[in-house]
Design a protein around this ligand. Structure first.
Ligand SMILES: [Zn+2]
Length: 451
């Protein structure tokens, strides 16, 4: 097949099949797919079954050990200036237990470095931040805000959604381990109420949390489209979701794209120069834990890996399709050269995504990038992501199809590309990219700065 025939096959398959949306429905019906839950295991079995059915090479599940977490009771009571239960309260993932932990609340704004600087010492206090991001600057991750609260001596952490709708936004506090101080997420409306009282005078709350942690096993699902060489491109997406949500956008969509790539590319076995390894990762929502374990397990054997492409929330309108190229100029130029002949524009940003499955690969010096497909608006934060409203109705079937088309076309080109897809970076070069993107402080606060 020449490139034009190949494009016709890939685009035709992506647009004429109803498989993608059927899989999205199925994955949402299986939800919650929280790691270690029955829905998660059912999703694993579904993906593995499809990999086999489509004729992908070496279909298998790979296990790893980790600390499972199960949500239990969570109560947040406002004690001062008035008594009231705050009913939207949910524990954040890996929060330690609390037994009527009382403390005065300090409103730390959006939880930026400046906000915490202004708040000063939080010894014995409960730090409250919102999910909002600074304008025109990189988003601040929840784990960074939490890390700053811990460092400032807070005894508790409140995480308030900045978007209305009675939705508390969940997420993990530390990767794969019990966090230091109890943490509760609140909806916008109740958080706003607490913040209003903070402006008037002292506000006291009591936190009660009972969760469960125990050792367990997670599973990545893996399959390959064998190429003419062992040089490999990994394409990954996480199939786990949060326990309070269908995780439709985050990341059932990415999982569906992996299934579409399996379906569309499996018949092309032996036709690409490079081998394509498709991975549905587990335990991303536990702090990028699963892919971290995947990379750790084969740290000494990543030699054949030429590129990693991550699909986390990568289904969206075709006008927003693009790539985050992690400050890797050589990889970016390869993709940009192909993008010129796509017939529709793709956007490119140098940003390093530090909170998804590309990051552990990137930190090993492997060119690792993300496909993105949502309008670039940091004011929206995660949108409905990590809330109970990340549901099937938010995803358009045509967005799934168009994203499958874009990633299949780009991947086919990269798999046949003559020459390197980007140089391996040394530890020092990786450090320099992160410093240049002003990510050092953010990663230090999250205990993710290894240099
Ligand atoms: Zn995700």
């Amino acid at each position: 097949m020449d490139l034009k025939q190949l494009d016709h096959y890939l685009i035709g398959e992506a647009w004429t099949s109803t498989q993608a949306y059927a899989h999205l429905e199925k994955l949402c019906d299986l939800a919650p797919r929280f790691s270690g839950s029955p829905g998660n295991f059912a999703a694993r079995d579904l993906i593995l079954g499809r990999f086999r059915q489509y004729g992908l090479g070496q279909p298998h599940a790979e296990s790893f050990d980790y600390l499972t977490w199960t949500r239990g009771r969570c109560e947040l009571e406002l004690l001062e200036p008035l008594r009231r239960m705050l009913n939207s309260a949910i524990s954040l993932v890996y929060s330690p237990d609390a037994d009527h932990l009382r403390g005065h609340v300090v409103d730390c704004g959006i939880g930026s470095e400046q906000d915490f600087g202004k708040a000063g010492s939080l010894k014995g206090k409960i730090a409250m931040v919102t999910t909002a991001n600074p304008e025109n600057r990189p988003a601040i991750h929840r784990r960074e805000k939490y890390g700053r609260a811990v460092a400032a001596g807070a005894v508790g952490f409140l995480y308030v959604n900045h978007k209305p709708g009675l939705l508390a936004e969940t997420g993990s506090l530390r990767p794969g381990k019990l966090a230091e101080i109890p943490a509760i997420a609140l909806c916008y409306e109740e958080g706003w109420q607490v913040a209003r009282h903070c402006k008037r005078g002292p506000v006291q709350v009591a936190m009660t949390i009972r969760n469960e942690t125990r050792p367990g096993q997670g599973y990545h699902v893996v399959g390959v489209v064998e190429g003419q060489t062992d040089e490999t491109i990994v394409v990954g997406a996480h199939y786990d979701g949060h326990d309070i949500s269908q995780g439709a956008m985050d990341d059932a969509t990415g999982t569906v794209l992996i299934l579409e790539l399996a379906r569309i590319l499996a018949p092309l076995k032996g036709q690409f120069k490079r081998t394509i390894r498709l991975i549905a990762f587990d335990a991303e929502e536990l702090g990028v834990l699963g892919s971290q374990e995947y990379v750790r397990a084969r740290r000494d054997d990543l030699t054949n890996l030429a590129l990693m492409i991550n699909l986390d929330g990568a289904a969206g309108p075709v006008a927003s399709h693009g790539f985050l190229t992690s400050g890797l100029d050589d990889t970016k130029s390869v993709l940009q050269a192909y993008a010129r002949d796509f017939g529709y524009p793709l956007t490119f940003k140098d940003h390093v995504m530090t909170a998804s499955d590309n990051f552990p690969f990137f930190m090993q010096g492997i060119p690792a990038i993300c496909m993105v497909a949502r309008p670039d608006n940091s004011a929206l934060g995660r949108g409905f992501g990590h809330t109970a409203a990340d549901t099937l109705d938010k995803v358009a079937e045509t967005d799934l199809k168009s994203s499958a088309m874009t990633i299949a076309r780009m991947l086919a080109r990269l798999a046949n590309h003559d020459g390197a897809l980007g140089a391996r970076r040394s530890r020092e070069e990786i450090k320099q990219i992160l410093v240049k993107q002003d990510l050092e402080k953010a990663l230090r606060a999250q205990e993710k700065w290894p240099f």
